[in-house]
Unconditional design. Structure first.
Length: 172
């Protein structure tokens, strides 16, 4: 009976540790890899992407870039946040919009609030001129996802989203 209790307790601790390793998406700003470990190979790859995008977008008619992925948990937030950070390190202003209105956690990663976020602005409950929040990374602002709406896809298809992107493009 004692051995069973010991093994049972160990299993519970191991499962708790495993959940922590798998990662609840709770980060501190210092865990933004481009800031915390700028020589990491992943960040070097993102710098290479930054350089390729710089030359590819030289003739672009605007300064808007959209990154997306086909499935959850493939690294969209990691790439977007770190790409924004390495672009901002070249003294260019960057505004990252967290459009994952169901499970977005970029505000947690960057240490900002989720107040007056994208869903709030698109639903008419937030102020477009106050939605961009400064992060601790110079030249890098964030529009967080906002409150989880019932209809995120419809909000992104709304004319307000186009107006927000245009406003952001002109602001930067």
């Amino acid at each position: 009976m004692r051995a069973f209790h010991y093994l049972s307790g160990r299993k519970t601790r191991d499962q708790a540790n495993l959940r922590n390793v798998k990662g609840t998406k709770r980060f501190k700003q210092s865990q933004l890899l481009a800031v915390g470990n700028p020589t990491d190979l992943a960040i070097e790859a993102i710098r290479s992407l930054r350089t390729s995008l710089h030359f590819a977008m030289m003739q672009a008619s605007n300064n808007v870039l959209m990154l997306t992925g086909v499935s959850p948990s493939i690294g969209k937030t990691f790439v977007c946040a770190n790409l924004a950070a390495v672009i901002s390190q070249t003294n260019k202003r960057v505004l990252l919009m967290d459009c994952d209105m169901r499970k977005g956690y970029t505000h947690e990663l960057l240490g900002t609030t989720n107040v007056n976020g994208l869903s709030d602005v698109l639903s008419g409950q937030g102020d477009i001129t106050r939605c961009a929040q400064k992060t601790s990374v110079p030249n890098f602002d964030l529009i967080p996802r906002g409150q989880v709406p019932a209809n995120p896809s419809e909000l992104l298809m709304n004319e307000r989203f186009s107006q927000l992107v245009k406003w952001a493009s002109e602001k930067l």
